[in-house]
Design a protein around this ligand. Structure first.
Ligand SMILES: N[C@H](CCC[C@H](N)C(=O)O)C(=O)O
Length: 285
């Protein structure tokens, strides 16, 4: 089956996008297709697959599948790329519009120059702090803020939240020394996270600047994670390193995002998005 695709990235977090306004695929093929397009040796190579689709609740919808074929509920970098594509390809005609994800409906605003989108701001909505909705097991505390967390024989501290998808944040003294590969895969699958978890390591530079690295649920180390950057700023604020209503620059491996957790409780993400290539994938079931 020939499947038209667009490869796009947000700060190096790259996905194979399929425009379901132009093409249709059976639901039961999606997980297998995501794994096959993401394979760098036998496929195209990406962190996963994203579907852009018609929506009855928003101007359009977006679904994200990780490299392992699992479906996530939201994707910050994917939302910025989807917003750029939707505006530049006439799926939307206004600079402000809404995008439905499995987690929520977000507001997007693009900044365009000669119809080319240069910057995208997404209101990612309110973080979920209640343990039961992250979800995370492990103690009766209703929230997970600087909670002792024994892993690999070490007692560390974690803060966990959901941005529609689960995140656990470790604060480290040096981002270069973050145990990304040692702890990432273990924590991702730890039974205290019944739905798995995205694992972030944060070095606080100042109240307006963080260094950030991520081991993503279902994809491993990626260059950037938009929902993770939002989770990092929320976690840093909950631990009194950052302040509400103040923009924070998050330095990810692939570049910078500006994140603000506002007084109304919404988390705003601003950053770029790029189209890498368009083509046709030869899909064999
Ligand atoms: N791995 C994530 C989905 C992708 C999120 C990330 N790429 C982003 O930009 O937010 C999950 O399973 O929840």
């Amino acid at each position: 089956m020939e499947i038209p695709f667009i490869k796009m990235h947000g700060l190096g977090n790259n996905y194979i996008y399929i425009d379901l306004f132009q093409f249709n695929i059976e639901e039961e093929l999606l997980s297998d297709l995501a794994q096959k397009v993401a394979n760098v040796n036998t496929g195209i190579g990406s962190d996963g697959m994203i579907l852009m689709h018609p929506s009855e609740k928003a101007d359009l919808g977006m679904r994200i599948f990780n490299k392992d074929g699992s479906e996530g509920k939201s994707c910050g970098n994917g939302l910025r790329c989807t917003a750029k594509y939707a505006y530049e390809h006439g799926i939307v005609t206004k600079e402000k519009f809404t995008i439905e994800t499995r987690a929520n409906i977000v507001e997007a605003e693009v900044t365009a120059n000669d119809e080319q989108v240069e910057l995208i701001t997404i209101n990612m909505g309110r973080p979920e702090l209640r343990r039961v909705h992250i979800p995370m097991m492990g103690s009766d505390d209703p929230e997970v803020i600087s909670e002792p967390f024994v892993i690999n024989g070490e007692e560390l501290e974690v803060t966990a939240i959901s941005m529609g998808n689960p995140h656990v944040v470790f604060f480290v003294d040096s981002i270069e020394a973050a145990p990304l590969y040692e702890l990432g895969p273990i924590v991702e699958k730890d039974p205290r996270f019944p739905e798995g978890v995205n694992v972030e390591f944060i070095e606080v530079i100042s109240s307006n600047e963080l260094h950030f690295r991520v081991w993503e649920r279902g994809s491993g180390v990626t260059q950037a994670c938009g929902t993770g950057a939002c989770a990092a700023v929320v976690a840093a604020t909950l631990n009194h390193h950052c302040n509400k209503n103040e923009a924070v620059v998050v330095h990810l491996a692939g570049g910078d995002l500006t994140i603000k957790w506002d007084e109304a409780g919404d988390v705003w993400m601003t950053g770029g998005a790029e189209i890498i290539a368009k083509g046709v994938f030869q899909y064999v079931e």
